[in-house]
Design a binder for this molecule. Structure first.
Ligand code: FMN
Length: 364
């Protein structure tokens, strides 16, 4: 177990995740909210939304595509054009002005894409030509079949990794404190990791050693681009979302964590779900010595227990941050939390502010 994970701490104590200093251990989990503007450019309303939540020790942005090909949902932001960098600069400045920290989640969806949600010229690619079995909301919000992906040729993979590295440099140019590689939820990196979506016969497929190669090379490229201490990654061993069914998640994630443990990365962000056999957090601690952010259905009490036991360096909350922009202050004062409306998770129904920036702070 690493030093960062074994120091017992309270949730309001500061912590360092790699090169990023957090004022407290409460992280806002990444949440896709589908409110980017034309050209997949972050808007002023998005800047306001994130700045309202800057009391978090760290904000992880919504999943952001490193390239037009990496997009799969409606109105998700990108980080591959000059206009997008300028849009994100306003977000980063607004959060920093409130004393917060913010890293960008890099999300390439791979095969989990609806063609109508992205540029007409943007292809859909994946490790293998196996379609995502689950439909995804299309432009009008109704569930739509995903596009059949084209399997990436071996010699194309370095180019996809280079897009991620360019995206990380763009994120830092926009003022972000770092990036988080989204390796969960059945998107491109997890499509490489999972045995059922990766049927390749080259060095990127087959054994666990080969299936982790894409993620290991991408994390190395991100570290080379912006410094390892500003790079985190997110995993969810055993998740079935978007058609994932790994034959042996323990083997896959043990191999991955071991392979990247000495890169000096900032953190691993675990979406903790029940896993048959060894518990996922135990698995992480067995094979990873750096800081851990724990996520998934936590309360203030369960988060505090976990930190007191030294089982995580920080904890993240998704759902709770939607309707409680001042979540950290509410936790401090012990006031009850507001409930978010699911209807506006991914759309404001004509006004982006609905169910987004209109959740008030608690009454003082
Ligand atoms: C509206 C919504 C959008 C989400 N989008 C993302 C995303 O873009 N990237 C990601 O890694 N997780 C995403 N998640 C998952 C959350 O980050 C988090 O793992 C999940 O909500 C569980 O944490 P919680 O119980 O504290 O909400 C999303 C969750 C919600 C509710």
């Amino acid at each position: 177990m690493g030093e960062a994970a074994t120091i017992q701490a309270d949730i309001f104590d500061p912590v360092e995740l790699g090169d990023i200093q957090l004022a407290n251990r409460i992280v806002m989990a990444p949440m896709t909210r589908d409110r980017a503007g034309p050209g997949d450019v972050p808007t002023e309303v998005m800047a306001q939304y994130y700045s309202q939540r800057a009391g978090a020790g760290l904000i992880v942005t919504e999943g952001t595509q490193p390239s037009p090909t990496g997009k799969g949902y409606w109105r998700t932001p990108g980080i591959h054009s000059a206009a997008q960098v300028e849009g994100w600069r306003k977000v980063a400045e607004a959060v920093h002005a409130q004393g917060g920290k913010i890293v960008m989640q890099l999300m390439h969806v791979g095969r989990a894409a609806v063609a109508a949600n992205k540029d007409r010229s943007a292809e859909t690619v994946a490790p293998s030509a196996i379609a995502c079995p689950d439909p995804i909301p299309g432009p009008d919000g109704s569930l739509t079949a995903t596009a059949m992906p084209r399997a990436l040729a071996t010699e194309e993979i370095a180019g996809v990794i280079a897009e991620y590295a360019a995206a990380a440099r763009n994120a830092v140019a926009a003022g972000m404190d770092g990036v988080e590689l989204h390796c969960a939820s059945g998107y491109l990196p997890m499509q490489f990791l999972s045995s059922n979506s990766n049927r390749r016969t080259d060095r990127y497929g087959g054994s666990a050693e080969n299936r982790i190669r894409f993620v290991v090379e991408t994390l190395q490229a991100l570290a080379d681009a912006i410094g390892a201490g500003r790079v985190g990654f997110r995993i969810c061993p055993g998740v079935a979302f978007n058609g994932m069914a790994d034959v042996d998640p323990h083997e896959t994630y043990a191999a991955l964590l071991k392979a990247v443990d000495d890169l000096g990365l900032g953190y691993v962000h675990l979406i903790h779900i029940p896993l048959e056999g060894q518990d996922a957090l135990d698995l992480v601690h067995e094979h990873w010595s750096g800081p851990v952010i724990e996520n998934g259905g936590m309360t203030l009490e369960s988060a505090r227990d976990l930190l007191a036991q030294g089982r995580a360096a920080a904890v993240s909350f998704g759902y709770a941050f939607i309707a409680n922009p001042d979540l950290v202050e509410r936790f401090r004062k012990g006031v009850p939390l507001a409930k978010a409306s699911r209807a506006t998770f991914y759309s404001g129904a004509g006004d982006d502010r609905n169910g987004y920036t209109d959740y008030p702070n608690m009454e003082l």
